[in-house]
Design a protein around this ligand. Structure first.
Ligand code: ADP
Length: 200
């Protein structure tokens, strides 16, 4: 089975939480560009220092940088069984680069789950986290960046017929259940395309 998913949603919409749950349930690697970027910052490399200047301001890092990260990550064998992208793509050029990469691998995305969440719920949730870029003014700016640079992906994936709307303002368990409802038929289709070998 290969199930290729994108979790799309503003900061605080629960992408990371839901990605972790999907990883447990379906044994798919979750690939979170934010985590990868923060690890680079922690490593204190020159690249990390450059990345930090974007993260601290709540701005997106340049497309080329994250596209290269994703290209490398998707070339690793654990993604053959599928993957969950959390926080990528975040701009139209990133989405186009991803489509091109996956076309080359002949494995188009199965679905893009959009965790639609109102601004107040986002700010409430981000206010409970303790990441440096969750400070109120930066969090607020990150939501604006989402609306300007990432929200256009909603139309992009709707046009591709990939978009699935999930009400991300619900409690975690209800969001999880809504995601499962969307994914169940996809898992069935993926298994039919690529059945696991049986021992008999
Ligand atoms: P959240 O979804 O809560 O904003 P993330 O960990 O996904 O948290 O992202 C944190 C920061 O990492 C973003 O504000 C941005 O600076 C950077 N980042 C993550 N993913 C991308 C991406 N695909 N393109 C550009 N910048 C990114």
């Amino acid at each position: 089975m290969a199930l290729d998913l994108v979790l799309l949603g503003p900061p605080g919409s629960g992408k990371g939480t839901q990605a972790a749950r999907l990883t447990d349930k379906y044994r798919l690697p979750a690939i979170a560009t934010g985590d990868i970027l923060r690890a680079e910052v922690e490593a204190g490399t020159p690249l990390g220092q450059r990345i930090r200047s974007y993260l601290d301001r709540g701005e997106l890092v340049p497309d080329q940088l994250v596209v290269d990260i994703i290209r490398q990550r998707l070339s690793q064998p654990d993604t053959e069984a599928g993957f969950i992208l959390d926080g990528f793509p975040r701009t139209l050029p990133q989405a186009q680069a991803l489509d091109a990469m996956l076309a080359e691998l002949q494995r188009p995305l199965d679905a893009v789950l959009y965790l639609e969440t109102d601004r107040q719920s986002l700010l409430d949730r981000l206010g409970q986290r303790h990441r440096q870029d969750d400070r109120a003014d930066i969090a607020d700016h990150r939501i604006d960046v989402f609306l300007e640079q990432t929200a256009p992906l909603i139309g992009y994936y709707r046009d591709e017929g990939k978009l699935r709307l999930i009400d991300g303002a619900q409690p975690t368990e209800a969001v999880a259940a809504a995601i499962d409802d969307v994914i169940r038929p996809l898992v069935g289709a993926a298994q039919a395309r690529n059945p696991r070998p049986t021992s008999s």
